[in-house]
Design a binder for this molecule. Sequence first.
Ligand code: ARG
Length: 270
Amino acid sequence: MTKFTRILAAVLVAAMGLVCFAACTTDAPATTTPATTAPAATTTPTAKPVLKMGTNAYFPPYEFYEGEKIVGIDAEIAAAIAEKLGMELEIVDMSFDSILSAVNADTVDFGMAGMTITEKRLLEVDFSNSYAKGVQAIIVKEGSAITAAGDLSADGATYKVGVQLGTTGDIYASDEFGKDRVTQYQTGNEAVAALIKGDVDCVIIDNEPAKSYVKANEGIKTLDTSYADEDYAICVKKGNKELLDKINAAIYELTKDGTIEGIVNKYIGE
Ligand code: ARG
């Protein structure tokens, strides 16, 4: 798909979302009532309202492209949640560090991106109950002198660390090793490419994506030492209790009936 067709597709999808929004105001947050005087929209009565998810789709196995489609654990859990809500899921791919502002600007209804609950993010958005655990991992080249997390913080260590911009890996690394030793990339893929090229000495990123990258690329491995334990959750605009309650109820049911476990096992196995 060329950049142009992708933009065109995004515009079309956004336009469809608008039509539906105008036609389905009963379920919309009661701020303004758009299009009351506009000519009646002729959408079919069966058209479902759209639920928009913001993500960064370079984070396998949680979200990644399979051809032109975004798939993965988050994509499938989100689709199941949307179904419970009687809505149609639409996934919007964006840079990871703009998800919170997109949620707060109502560009999307919620964010789901293997996103860790942090104190700082809780100041900006509300999080659902957690649906998965994450662990920060360290990827190095085979034969690297870095063999444990402690090597990175040892006296006089100058190892360069690659991270995805705005992620918890970025936050920990920048705090612990100082900004000059950390290079921020737009995606995990780019950070790993930089490691392979030799621009950085390691990458700090969540464990499951780390495993996917190691599987997909020769000559790199993850260290046994893990870095931090985290909880992944869905974020909504601060104060959007209505949507948050619905999402939590859906997560509860999808956990109870084994749907979430089934989705996780499909992508992670065991
Ligand atoms: N768990 C980390 C965080 O919340 C990384 C998430 C990155 N997600 C993504 N879809 N790129 O900061």
